[in-house]
Design a protein around this ligand. Sequence first.
Ligand SMILES: [Zn+2]
Length: 307
Amino acid sequence: MPQLSTLPTAAELDRQVHRLYAVARRARTIAGILAHPQATGDGVTYASARIPRALSAARRLLALPGVADHEETPYALSFLKEAEHQLNAPSTKLLRLAAAARQAAARADDADDDLRVVVFQHIEGRCRFLIDAATVAPVLGRRGWTDREHQASDALQQQAARWGLTDDADDVRPTPPTVPAYLSQQAAERAAARARCAAGIRCTEPTCLAYGAVKVTYLGDSWLCADCIKATNTQLEAEGRAPETIRPVPGGTPERGRYTVTLYNAIGKGARSVKCSTPQRAQFIAETVRPFNNTGYTIHATAPAAN
Ligand SMILES: [Zn+2]
C-alpha cells in the first residue's frame, strides 16, 4: 500500500509549511512596528531582534526536503521578504535615531541643558516626520522616499552624528555645534521658562497669574498666591462667609510631593498626564510641554505618603 507509506511524509510536510507560514506571518506583524512613525525605542529594539530570528527560523524550515517547493511557500516568502525589507529600510534607521534622540533629550532635560533638549527634540521630530512620509502608504504599506527625502534623511543623520547621537559618536561633546537661530531662540525661551518657574506654581486667578501660588482650602482646584487668597477672603466675607474661609493647605505644596500635570486640548479631544515631584518642575512642564496646538493645563498635587 504505497499511499499509506507516503501519507505521514505529506502530513509532516504540511506541518512544516504551516510552521513556515506562522513564522512568516509573525515576522510581518512584528515588522509592522517598524512601519509606525511613533514606534518607541523598546518596540524598535524588539523588532530588530525578533525579525532576524524569524528569518533564520524560516531558513531552517526552507532547508527541509520539499518545503521550498511547496505550493504555499511563495506566499510565506513574500511576508518574510516584506519583513526583511522593513528591517533594512532607511526609515527604520531613522526610527532608531528618533529613539536615541528621545533618550538623549530626556538626559539633557535631567541636566537642565535646554539647548540639547531643543536640538534633540527637533531631531526626533524631523525623524518621525520623514518616517511618516516613508510609510503613509497606498500600496503594501509603503511608498518609499523621494530623492529629497533621502537627502533630508542623510542630512539629519549627519546632524545627529555631530551631536553625538549615533553609535560611532561620543555621547556628549563639551562644545555644542552651532544651531539655526530658531533653535537657539527656543532654547532661550525654555531657559526663561525654567527661571520663571523657579518661583513655583502659577496662581490660577486669570487676572493674576503670579508665580509661587499654593494649594488652598475651600477652592479645591485652585492654586492661589498670597494676594489672591487675601482678596478672595475679603470678597467671601462681604458675601457673608466666615473670615479666612480660604487658607493654604498645610503641606499642600510639598517639595517632595507627587504632582500630576494634565495637558489637555483646549479646543478638541485629547489629554496627556505627566508626573513629577516638585512644584517648580510641574509648572515648567505645564509651560513647555505642548502636545496640542491649544494646550491647556491643570496641576494636581498629592502629599508624599507618610512612612
Ligand atoms: Zn494671584
